[in-house]
Design a protein around this ligand. Structure first.
Ligand SMILES: [Zn+2]
Length: 274
């Protein structure tokens, strides 16, 4: 956390909590840190995507765990924020080229920002780990999305109307270490997998890197370091374009084009409204 100056003394921190092991472990660690430093400004944010048979279990886990460790929770849903849920979006998407995970990721990032702003938080902490980070780098590389590679550099940037700062305290930790920690601390977590997850190339990349790691221990860490260096260079070189970015003509948030990815997705989906 210190390496990238993730937390300041007066920060109000919102933690994105899905109910998976990573985010519950992060909430647990941050709560411990806050108690040790006599701080109270910590809130868990949970987003209900509206995926039936899946989200109910984790919502209950989050509620129970938060009341157990005494952390306030804020639950927001895609339906209340964007007017539709994921199950509906899957039916209305024009083709399978709009993958579930890219739509859901676009909505989730915005939903977490909006929830954090609504409770007056200035820092959003998410549980992205080293494995997530190298997968995201590869996804951007493979899809030709080189502009986005600069964004994965873990040093926090402030953005949005209220100057939110996004931090990833687990970014240098292996997924497996977090699983180990969660089991050791008896942190409960959701067992049900997202029904739409098979659509993501992330699943294949995860298996690919884990296979490599089992034959060549430390290779994921090397990959992380190389990718971080590359993303830093790309971030610095595109700084101007980030600060000069336009505003979305619909929601007025910062955007790289005249309509942001969230509004664009909603527009495409509403065309197919049956
Ligand atoms: Zn917009």
């Amino acid at each position: 956390m210190q390496k990238f100056s993730m937390l300041g003394h007066r920060d109000k921190v919102a933690v994105g909590v899905s109910g998976g092991k990573d985010s519950l472990a992060l909430l647990y660690v941050l709560k411990k840190f806050f108690v040790d430093h006599n701080r109270t400004d910590l809130v868990a944010i949970t987003i209900d995507e509206g995926i039936s048979q899946y989200r109910e279990e984790s919502l209950q886990i989050v509620k129970d765990f938060c009341s157990y460790i005494k952390v306030e929770t804020k639950i927001s849903s895609y339906r209340e924020l964007f007017g539709l849920d994921m199950d509906q979006a899957m039916l209305q998407r024009p083709s399978e080229k709009m993958t579930s995970c890219s739509m859901c990721g676009t909505f989730r990032r915005r939903a977490i920002d909006m929830a954090a702003e609504s409770i007056g938080a200035n820092v959003v902490a998410t549980a992205h780990n080293l494995d997530d980070q190298i997968q995201t780098f590869m996804i951007n590389l493979l899809s030709g999305d080189t502009d986005r590679i600069g964004w994965i550099y873990p040093e926090p940037v402030q953005y949005g109307p209220t100057g939110l700062k996004k931090v990833k305290p687990f970014v240098e930790i292996y997924e497996q270490e977090i699983v180990f920690y969660a089991v050791l601390r008896e942190i409960p977590f959701q067992s049900e997998e997202c029904p739409y997850m098979h659509e993501s190339i992330r699943t294949a990349l995860r298996a690919f890197f884990n296979n490599l790691e089992s034959e060549h221990a430390g290779i994921k860490y090397n990959a992380y370091n190389s990718m971080t260096k590359i993303s830093k260079i790309l971030k610095t070189s595109s700084k101007e374009s980030i600060s000069n970015s336009k505003r979305c003509s619909f929601c007025e948030r910062n955007s790289t084009s005249s309509i942001c990815s969230v509004c664009k997705t909603i527009q495409v989906l509403s065309k197919n409204n049956m």
